[in-house]
Design a protein around this ligand. Structure first.
Ligand SMILES: [Zn+2]
Length: 212
């Protein structure tokens, strides 16, 4: 049996779709979503997401988690349209930027929340995240939120308030963190978003997403 090309030590027993070679179980387990960009259909990635979630789950920002847990039962009902729109925009952006990872999305949600908080105090100032991929996603989501917050002269559409946009972003941040993992290239959350909110995704109910 050929040796695993990643460590050149152990026999390559698992087919790695990202590397297109047989790699060893140890490299698969330790380098998965750390230095390997694992594609969503990989059976080893899927299995690890099922079994390792408990010990690898990322702990959400404690301040935001406390805030979000105080939201009443009607929160999701009142805001699901804005939340769906944001998730759809993330899925759309990902079509052009397949390298996006969960941390990028989480940092963009946070930067948008900071921007909205500044806006609610009457100052227009964008707190941009770092790096072109994040900035591109930031601009897409910012344009969407601006649209949702624009007053509708006909009064037919509900206008989202700045405070509501902040709550939605805080909620999405906690949901994303709770559904990601500690692996730096984790795409557990963004794969879920793509699956649920892609234009051609079948309309279905959430499969195992943890709601904060
Ligand atoms: Zn190896």
């Amino acid at each position: 049996m050929a040796l695993c090309p990643l460590c050149s030590e152990r026999p390559g027993k698992r087919y790695c779709p990202a590397k297109d070679v047989q790699i060893c179980a140890v490299c698969c387990g330790t380098k998965r979503e750390v230095e390997i960009d694992c594609p969503a259909p990989c059976p080893y990635l899927k299995a690890s997401r099922l079994y390792e979630m408990e010990k690898e789950r990322r702990i959400p920002d404690p301040v935001l988690a406390v805030k979000v847990q105080k939201f009443d039962n009607g929160f999701v009902e009142r805001n699901h349209q804005s939340m769906d729109a944001v998730c759809m925009a993330v899925a759309e952006e990902r079509l052009n930027a397949p390298w996006l990872v969960d941390t990028d999305v989480i940092e963009v949600y946070k930067a948008l929340a900071v921007t909205m908080r500044t806006l609610s105090s009457g100052i227009y100032y964008e707190s941009l995240p770092e790096g072109p991929a994040r900035i591109s996603l930031f601009h897409r989501l910012k344009a969407l939120l601006d649209e949702l917050m624009k007053p509708d002269p006909g009064g037919n559409l509900r206008t989202v308030k700045v405070s509501e946009a902040i709550d939605v972003l805080d909620f999405l941040t906690v949901a994303a963190e709770a559904n990601s993992s500690v692996r730096p290239r984790s795409r557990r959350y963004i794969d879920w978003v793509s699956e649920m909110f892609s234009r051609d995704a079948p309309a279905q109910q959430s499969s195992g997403l943890i709601i904060p």
